[in-house]
Design a protein around this ligand. Structure first.
Ligand SMILES: *Cc1c(COP(=O)(O)O)cnc(C)c1O
Length: 413
């Protein structure tokens, strides 16, 4: 992979025709080391966030030895780039062939499930194996995440105790619980609340968990979404763990995706046309900008112009992607110098997580080149850049305050 000092050097040297993923393995290294030193347990990287070989290698080289995978191609991506790493198949619904291949061909011993039916499938496809680590995914109520991940997966509270008991009986190795508080979780207390729910299910079942897996959800910094310090999350999880009924050897795991990967890449796009305040870019909703289109996230942007830095005052723009679909629209607003025009490049930051990983080939677009840069990400949870991204006027920032939701607060007498 070719390395440039900055996106500007790349634009000056060869005006790229296609979108370019600008990757920063150094930023991933810092995130990996932070989790390794601050989280009081095992850190499993959630591969779906960004399965690129450079990402997996950067994590493995910086002490991440376990990976949360959801498919055989993800397992192959890890075995190719982090040989010897521990694999946990954390998708609660797997095909029989995938379970068998994972167990027999790739040495996977850890599997998640949220139903009796999936438990039976895992045991059958692993040939009646007794050396399974079985993790029960629980549906938890958690407030404070930008994306809720409940509903689709997770045993509901009423059914969890019977399932926990069945799993306890099915394995001689580890039995655990897991949940996901939702992605981009802006409230550290959500973890403690979820752990309390997991604890109640365990007490009702009358079993001890060998593993408590608090899942992903750790946030990154985006315009208008400045999360609390990551240390607050670790502290909330430690408190939640102290309150759980567990034994001395119970392991604590987490599965960060976004927080580990977001700072690791941005995307360099080109303006193919300008119409008033609309910029037609060569990347969009079917490419790396799914969240900018469908969740109306505003990502930080920078103008990259071969002729040099622009001094013009900033003005809000919205973006269209390259496909013919009218949903290929990113409303923003994205603040750029008011003289931005065709042929300029726009770097869109904080796309290492759920960015390039989401691209499709719709309409003949979606091919992205990967280039390494060694400048800083546009924002950082780890001190590489400011955590809060300034957003010019019109938009008011929703800094999350650690108070109880209104209405639930008790009246003072
Ligand atoms: C997606 C996912 C993660 C990662 O979530 P983030 O919000 O990106 O940290 C972790 N665990 C499971 C089971 C997931 O599906």
């Amino acid at each position: 992979m070719h390395t440039y000092h900055s996106p500007l050097d790349l634009v000056r040297e060869r005006s790229p025709e296609r979108p370019v993923a600008l990757v920063r393995p150094g930023a991933v290294a810092v995130a990996a080391r932070w989790f390794r030193t601050h989280f009081t347990g095992d850190v499993l990287y959630a591969v779906k966030t960004n399965p690129s070989p450079w990402m997996i290698r950067a994590l493995a080289q910086n002490g991440i030895r376990a990976f949360d995978v959801a498919s055989i191609p993800e397992i192959e991506a890890v075995t190719a780039n982090a040989p010897g790493a521990r694999l946990a198949f954390m998708h609660p619904v797997k095909s029989r062939a995938a379970i068998a291949a994972a167990y027999h061909d790739y040495g996977v011993r850890t599997f998640a499930l949220d139903s009796h039916e999936e438990l039976a499938k895992i045991i059958e496809c692993a040939g009646g194996a007794k050396d399974l680590n079985l993790i029960v995914r629980l549906d938890v109520e958690a407030a404070g995440a930008a994306y809720t991940l409940s509903g689709k997966f997770g045993a509901p509270a009423a059914k969890a105790p019977a399932l926990l008991l069945a799993v306890r009986r099915a394995t001689q190795d580890l039995m655990g619980v897991s949940f996901h508080v939702g992605s981009q979780c802006l409230r550290p207390s959500a973890y403690q609340a979820a752990m309390a729910q997991a604890s109640r299910a365990l007490v009702r079942a009358g079993v001890f968990a060998d593993v408590v897996d608090v899942g992903g959800g750790f946030p990154s910094a985006y315009p208008g979404m400045t999360p609390p310090d990551l240390a607050d999350y670790v502290a909330a999880i430690d408190r939640g763990f102290d309150d759980m009924m567990v034994h001395e050897t119970t392991q604590l795991w987490c599965e960060p995706g976004r927080a580990m990967a977001a700072e690791g890449a941005s995307v360099l796009t080109r303006v193919e046309l300008r119409k008033d305040d609309a910029l037609y870019l060569n990347d969009g909703a079917y490419g790396s900008l799914f969240d900018a289109a469908h969740s109306r996230w505003r990502f930080p942007v920078k103008l990259v112009r071969a002729a040099g830095a622009a001094q013009a005052p900033l003005k809000p723009f919205h973006f269209y992607g390259p496909t013919c679909d009218s949903v290929d629209h990113m409303p923003g607003p994205f603040w750029l110098p008011q003289d931005v025009s065709e042929g300029d490049y726009v770097e869109i930051g904080m796309l290492g997580a759920y960015g390039v990983a989401m691209a499709t080939r719709f309409n003949g677009f979606g091919e992205v080149e990967t280039v390494e840069v060694d400048d800083a990400p546009m924002a950082s949870m780890f001190g590489l850049a400011p955590r809060s991204i300034p957003t010019p006027k019109i938009e008011t920032e929703t800094v999350v305050r650690l108070t109880r939701p209104r209405g639930k607060r008790r009246k003072r007498r």
